[in-house]
Structure formats: structure tokens, C-alpha cells
Design a protein around this ligand. Structure first.
Ligand code: BTN
Length: 253
């Protein structure tokens, strides 16, 4: 299918013109036993979702809005590793089809020149303490121009086209992302998280820097030390206490 080299990732594609959210469709497919590697791609989302209940702006024909179903046999606390793995795959795909150099902001934002070009939202379906499926939602801003963005997003969001000065072929980008993601996923299942962690850290911007992490229970300011084996962020605060942060918004100083 369009020159895809994968064994399973993207071998079943549900292509939709307009949806509320590809996550919602992928959840239903996963519940109905869809095969591992099944993908939902839409031209537009009218109710795209971001992390922390935020809205994900997903206008028609300009971006890549997709959700991927994986069925790894891993314990639930390891699921965040897959978010980091997906971020590495998307960074590599962006590097393959453009001339720009993206960076990752923990856990899953991909930035170019400090502005967000991609968000990743990982959700689980689990039974008891077993993962039934992991739904990885990936939103990549591809061919938007600055005037396409609402005013409030212009200082924080960008697109591959704005940053590279070219139109980007979305099919090329999707194909590359599938190839990279499958490769990294197989590496992960075979060798564990360490090789992924090293790649992730090589693209990360926040490591070693002073950051403020805003969590639901308050803010922590300190130096980002790195990530744990489970993909959790370690921050050393100004008193030398090391915190492990599972979910937060990060602000760089
Ligand atoms: C974030 O940065 O907050 C995550 C954004 C995730 C957006 C993608 S687009 C495809 C999939 N469907 C959704 O509704 N959200 C994810």
C-alpha cells in the first residue's frame, strides 16, 4: 500500500474525510478486536482532543491526524514508554521528509524553533492489570500557514511547511512514520526500552535545563535530570530533592 515497507503497521487503514476524533474511532475498533497496527487517519477532526482535556485544532487537508492501535504485552506502568517511542518515530519521519530539525519536549511535544508542530496522546484499554490495547494519537501540523492559525496559537504553534518553506507531501510523511514506528516498536519488544530511551534523550531539549513542571497537584521547579526506565521525568529541585513526574506541562527557562 503506497510503497509501505511494514509488516503490520498501517496494513489496515481506516481513512475518513471528517470525524470527531480519530481516537474515538480507534477506541471502538480496538474494542472490536482490530488487528495490531490498524490505523485511523482523517482529513479533518471537528473535536480533536489533546492532553489534559485540551482541544486539538485539526483543520481539513492540512495536517496528519491519526490514531494507531498497538497491542504490546507489557505491564500498564510501562505504557508511557510507547509515547516516547512514538515521539522518536515522528521526529525521524520529519527528518526524513523535510530539512528541519525537530526536538522533543517531555513527554511528547515535538517542537521546531521552540514552537509545537506535533502532539501525541496515548490512551489505554486495559482489563484488570493487563493492557488490551494502546491507542497512540498523533497530530502533525503539516501544511498550515500562519494565517490559518487562530490568533492565540500563532506564538506557540507552527507547521512543517512554515518552518521549511515548502509544501510537504502528507502521504510521504505518514509512510515514513509507519516505517519508523514499526522498526522502533520491534526493537523495543526485542531489546527493551533502553535503546529507545537513548534515542529519545538525543532529541530532547529539556534535559539538563531548569524547568517548571506544572502538575495537577502543583508546580515543581528544578533541573530536568532525564527520564527513568519507565519514561518518567526526573527533576531535581533547588533543595536537591529528586521528584518523579508522571504527567505535567513543562516550561523551559
Ligand atoms: C497534545 O499535544 O495535547 C496531544 C495532541 C494529540 C492530537 C492527535 S490528532 C489525532 C488524534 N485524535 C485526537 O483527537 N487527538 C490525537
Amino acid at each position: 500500500r503506497f510503497g509501505l515497507k511494514t509488516k503490520f503497521l498501517g496494513q489496515s487503514i481506516h481513512y475518513e474525510e471528517s470525524v470527531e476524533s480519530t481516537q474515538k474511532i480507534a477506541h471502538r475498533l480496538a474494542y472490536d478486536q482490530a488487528a495490531e497496527g490498524t490505523v485511523v487517519v482523517a482529513e479533518e477532526q471537528v473535536a480533536g482532543r489533546g492532553r489534559m482535556d485540551r482541544v486539538w485544532h485539526s483543520p481539513k487537508y492540512t495536517g496528519v491526524w491519526m490514531s494507531i492501535i498497538l497491542r504490546p504485552n507489557i505491564p500498564i506502568p510501562k505504557a508511557p514508554q510507547l509515547t516516547l517511542l512514538a515521539a522518536v518515530a515522528v521526529v525521524q519521519a520529519i527528518e526524513e521528509v523535510t530539512t528541519v530539525t525537530p526536538q522533543i519536549k517531555w513527554p511528547n511535544d515535538i517542537l521546531i524553533n521552540g514552537k509545537k508542530v506535533t502532539g501525541i496522546l496515548t490512551e489505554l484499554q486495559a482489563e484488570a492489570d493487563r493492557i488490551n490495547s494502546v491507542i497512540i494519537g498523533i497530530g502533525i501540523n503539516v501544511n498550515q500557514q500562519m494565517e490559518d492559525y487562530p490568533e492565540e496559537l500563532r506564538t506557540i504553534a507552527t507547521s512543517l511547511s512554515i518552518e521549511s518553506g515548502k509544501r510537504i507531501n502528507r502521504a510521504d510523511l505518514i509512510r515514513s512514520a509507519f516505517n519508523r514506528l514499526e522498526h522502533l516498536y520491534e526493537l523495543y519488544l526485542e531489546k527493551g526500552f533502553l535503546p529507545i530511551k537513548l534515542l529519545w534523550e538525543s532529541y530532547a531539549i529539556s534535559i539538563g535545563k531548569m524547568i517548571t513542571a506544572r502538575t495537577l497537584s502543583g508546580s515543581i521547579r528544578g533541573r530536568a535530570l532525564g527520564i527513568t526506565e519507565d519514561g518518567v521525568l526526573k527533576i531535581e529541585d533547588t533543595e536537591g530533592i529528586v521528584h518523579q513526574v508522571y504527567s505535567a506541562d513543562i516550561e523551559l527557562e
